[in-house]
Design a protein around this ligand. Structure first.
Ligand SMILES: Nc1nc2c(ncn2[C@@H]2O[C@H](COP(=O)(O)OP(=O)(O)OP(=O)(O)O)[C@@H](O)[C@H]2O)c(=O)[nH]1
Ligand SMILES: [Mg+2]
Length: 333
């Protein structure tokens, strides 16, 4: 069985919710071989049911711990929960704080929770591409809510958080000005702000600061959604019900309002652009490797110039199509 057939065979097993198939298809997606594209194309068309929540915040703000608690809450309401953790700086055992190890272990064996860490820094076609393919795979596998945890410090991570139906930004109490400055860029993308570690005495200050900052910006986002600040504690469980409730309300905005549709359209647009850019670069790379040196040599002799040569290269990059992509299209059509 070649890579293409093997990947396609995984799609049906993913639909049946088989964990081994989910893991394998995500790995193949991460690797980004052209052979997996036909399978991912099918996956995309089958997906679209799940509520995708992007959860971001600076390192150590308590994201993984919160996700573990949130997953347990959602499980209790009967939902299946998928988690995609992007480049976690600590292994995904963050939920195992303060004597809570046993519950995390239980969750790890619960088929209704699927946690996947991705170190996709070098993934072909980029971090966003691989992460969003993984989300689609979990969606097709029947997970109702899928949380993408990213460290909100780089452009890629912010893009991923934006490519979710609902964006949660986690702030921890007592972060220095320096860190707050980094965060300034991600605060504005939040639909829901969480101040974690509210068992700590300095958390009120952070909540007040955030609320003030939001009031300064005083805007009601599209769809009538007013972003809010929720204080949570993984120790006492404070705020978790409120967070679950806010997510449910925002899910309704995403799926049932015009503004929500606009956002989902923007996400589709983003993915189209990323995928197309990726294909162009890939094909251009192949053509450049083949013809670049000859053209450079002709340039050196002043028989041609960078502009004409670049046009020529781009022309042949775009006119050639990989045979497996042609196959994939005719199969899907
Ligand atoms: N007191 C207290 N500590 C917490 C709480 N939530 C998380 N922590 C602690 O904060 C630290 C960081 O938690 P993580 O959940 O790993 O944070 P993270 O944002 O996922 O970190 P990275 O993935 O490394 O970016 C850990 O030592 C946790 O035990 C909380 O509600 N209260
Ligand atoms: Mg983490």
């Amino acid at each position: 069985m070649n890579g293409r057939t093997a990947s396609l065979a995984l799609v049906d097993r993913v639909r049946a919710g088989e964990p081994a198939a989910i893991a394998r298809l995500i790995s193949r997606a991460e690797h980004g071989d052209p052979e997996v594209r036909e399978a991912l194309a099918r996956i995309y068309r089958l997906a679209g049911r799940a509520h995708v929540v992007g959860l971001t915040g600076v390192p150590g703000s308590g994201k993984s711990t919160l996700v573990a608690k949130l997953a347990a809450k959602l499980r209790a309401t009967g939902q299946k929960v998928g988690v995609v953790a992007i480049d976690p700086s600590s292994p995904y055992s963050g939920g195992a704080i303060l004597g809570d190890r046993i519950r995390m272990t239980e969750m790890a064996t619960d088929p209704g929770v699927y946690i996947r860490s991705m170190a996709t820094r070098g993934a072909t076609g980029g971090l966003a591409r691989a992460a969003l393919d993984a989300v689609d795979i979990l969606d097709v596998a029947g997970f109702d809510t899928i949380v993408i945890e990213t460290v909100g410090v780089g452009q890629d991570e912010v893009e991923i958080a934006r490519a979710s139906h609902t964006t949660v930004v986690v702030s921890a109490p007592g972060l220095g000005d320096e860190i707050q400055a980094i965060k300034a860029g991600i605060l504005e993308i939040a639909d829901v702000h969480v101040v974690s570690k509210c068992d700590r005495s300095d958390s009120n200050r952070t909540i007040v600061d955030l609320k003030q900052m939001l009031m300064l910006g005083a805007h009601v986002a599209a769809g009538g959604w007013q972003s809010l600040v929720i204080g949570t504690s993984a120790v006492s469980g404070q705020g978790l019900d409120e967070l679950v409730e806010a997510l449910a309300r925002h899910r309704a905005v995403a799926f049932e309002t015009d503004a929500g549709r606009q956002r989902r359209l923007a996400i589709a647009n983003f993915r189209l652009r990323k995928t197309a850019e990726n294909l162009v670069l890939e094909r251009f790379g192949a053509v450049f490797a083949r013809e670049g040196e000859t053209l450079a040599d002709r340039m050196l002799r002043r028989e041609t110039d960078p502009y004409s040569s670049a046009n020529e290269l781009l022309g042949s990059s775009l006119s050639q199509e990989h045979s497996h992509e042609r196959d994939a299209r005719s199969k899907i059509a």
